[in-house]
Design a protein around this ligand. Structure first.
Ligand code: DX5
Ligand code: ZN
Length: 231
């Protein structure tokens, strides 16, 4: 099957989960058929919010067999990547905007036998990613400014996905997956899938829904929202 037609993966962002009953929420998204658990790590410096660290990632790892991706919105991913791998992260995503030596940080993560991703903020141009193509398993395009869940999808990112997919295919990087993070709902999901995204990160669209299974089907586009099914 051509890569562009491959199945879409849904990554549930736990930022929107109910931390009073994390176990139940994790079991529920697993049952709903998500493919990945997305863990938003924030340090209060790279982004104006603080979330959680390796301790929580380790607990989540003990609660699920789903692959974990740690999205490090922190200034020093070079110092902390190893702790997240040891806590059970299967993929580490660092930000292009982090003020560290990016090539050596990617190399360090790879040496820990972990999948590697790089993320760019909505205003960062795609051209900066090209030198890293060969070192990455996935590219995460932020479709909101990082730091908070529940924001509105920034429309201009839709076209950015298309341009990145074209650039990757042009350079023989068909296996390099594009993930999109922020403001994903059934409507924006349809657009980003059409434009070449293969991993959709979603927090609010899943956890704020009364029916996680239906929410996931809406995101995949395997069930359409009708006038009576809107949450
Ligand atoms: C934002 C985070 C996102 C966010 C997604 O900094 O990286 O993963 O939690 O949340 P929603 O789906 O609510 O936009
Ligand atoms: Zn994220």
């Amino acid at each position: 099957m051509p890569k562009r037609q491959q199945a879409v993966k849904i990554a549930a962002s736990l930022l929107a989960a109910d931390f009073r009953c994390l176990r139940q929420d994790i079991e529920a998204v697993e049952k709903a058929g998500v493919n990945l658990i997305h863990l938003d790590v924030m340090d209060g410096s790279f982004v104006p919010n603080i979330s959680f660290g390796p301790l929580v990632v380790k607990a989540v790892d003990q609660l699920t067999d789903l692959p974990l991706e740690a999205h490090l919105m922190i200034r020093r991913p070079d110092l902390f990547a190893e702790a997240f791998v040891r806590s059970g992260a299967d993929t580490i995503i660092i930000h292009y905007e982090a003020p560290v030596s990016l090539h050596s940080t990617l190399k360090l993560i790879r040496s820990l036998k972990c999948r590697v991703g790089m993320s760019v903020n909505p205003s960062t141009p795609l051209a900066v990613l090209e030198p890293f193509y060969g070192e990455l398993d996935q590219i995460l395009l932020m479709s909101v400014n990082p730091g908070f869940g529940g924001q509105k999808f920034i429309g201009s990112v839709a076209e950015k996905i298309k341009r990145l997919r074209d650039s990757l295919d042009h350079q023989g990087m068909e296996d390099l997956e594009i993930a999109v993070d922020g403001g994903i709902n059934p409507t924006t999901a349809k657009t980003v899938i059409e434009n070449g995204a293969r991993i959709l990160v979603a927090g609010s669209a899943i956890f704020n829904s009364p029916d996680y299974e239906q929410a996931v089907r809406f995101l995949r586009g395997t069930e359409k929202e009708g006038p009576c099914s809107r949450n």
